[in-house]
Design a protein. Structure first.
Length: 224
C-alpha cells in the first residue's frame, strides 16, 4: 500500500495556488492516496521511505533554461530509467500531488496527474511534456478530465492542467518500444520526486513503484 501526503504550509499571500511561498512535503503514509498495480490487480508496496520536495508558486523563472525559482528542488542530471510494460497505476483524486506515468505496451502511453486538494484546500497547476527521445512522431493524443492535451510539433505531447479533486491526463501513441522524455512542472517547479512509475520487476517485488530521479526523466520500456 502506498499513500502520499503533501502538506503545504504557507507564508505570505495565501489567496490561491499561484501566490506566496510554501514547501510541499510528500511522504509515504498508509491510508492516503493508493497507487495500485493495475496490470496485476494487486496493491504495490513501496518500502523506500520518505522523500521531500519544495516548490515556489510565485516564480516566473524557467526550469528548462536553468533559472530555478527559490524553494524549488535542486536540478539533477537527466537520468534514464526502465518503465515496466503493461502495468498501470491508479490514484485517489484529491489526496496526493503526483504525476503518474504508464507504458501499456504496443506504443501506448498514459500520463495523469492528481492533487492534494481534499487535504489542504489548494489546487495544483501542472505543466507536463512528453517527447520521443529519437524524434519519432507522437500520435493519437487524447485528453482525460477537464483540461486539454495536445501536440507541440510532431514529437511532443503536452498537458497543462489546473487540478483539484479530479484526475487529469493524456494518452498518446509512439512507435512500440520508443523511449520518451517526460517533464512535469508542479506550480512552476520540477516535480521529479513526485513523478511515479512502475520499474522492472525484481526478485522481491514484481511491480516496484519508484519516484523519478530527475526531471526531465527518460523512460525506457522493458518490452515494446
Amino acid at each position: 500500500m502506498i499513500g502520499y501526503a503533501s502538506p503545504r504550509p504557507r507564508s505570505g499571500n495565501a489567496a490561491g495556488p499561484r501566490h506566496g511561498r510554501w514547501h510541499r512535503r510528500i511522504e509515504l503514509a498508509a491510508g492516503t492516496a493508493l497507487l495500485l498495480a493495475g496490470g496485476s490487480g494487486c496493491v504495490v508496496d513501496d518500502r523506500r521511505g520518505r522523500y521531500n520536495d519544495g516548490y515556489y508558486a510565485g516564480s516566473t523563472g524557467s526550469y528548462g533554461n536553468g533559472n530555478v525559482p527559490p524553494g524549488c528542488p535542486t536540478p539533477q542530471p537527466v537520468a534514464q530509467t526502465e518503465i515496466q510494460t503493461g502495468v498501470g497505476l491508479t490514484a485517489t483524486p484529491g489526496t496526493g500531488a503526483v504525476t503518474s506515468m504508464e507504458y501499456l505496451g504496443n506504443g501506448s502511453w498514459h500520463i495523469f496527474v492528481t492533487c492534494d486538494t481534499l487535504t489542504y484546500g489548494y489546487s495544483c497547476s501542472f505543466d507536463v511534456t512528453a517527447r520521443t527521445v529519437d524524434g519519432s512522431p507522437i500520435q493519437g493524443i487524447t485528453s482525460e478530465g477537464d483540461d486539454q492535451a495536445g501536440p507541440q510539433g510532431t514529437d511532443t505531447a503536452i498537458l497543462r492542467s489546473a487540478t483539484s479533486t479530479e484526475v487529469d491526463g493524456m494518452r498518446f501513441a509512439t512507435v512500440p518500444g520508443t523511449s520518451i522524455s517526460v517533464t512535469s512542472l508542479l506550480d512552476g517547479c520540477a516535480n521529479y520526486t513526485a513523478m511515479i512509475l512502475v520499474g522492472r520487476a525484481i526478485s522481491t517485488d514484481p511491480a516496484p513503484v519508484y519516484s523519478a530521479p530527475s526531471d526531465p526523466i527518460e523512460l525506457i520500456p522493458t518490452l515494446p
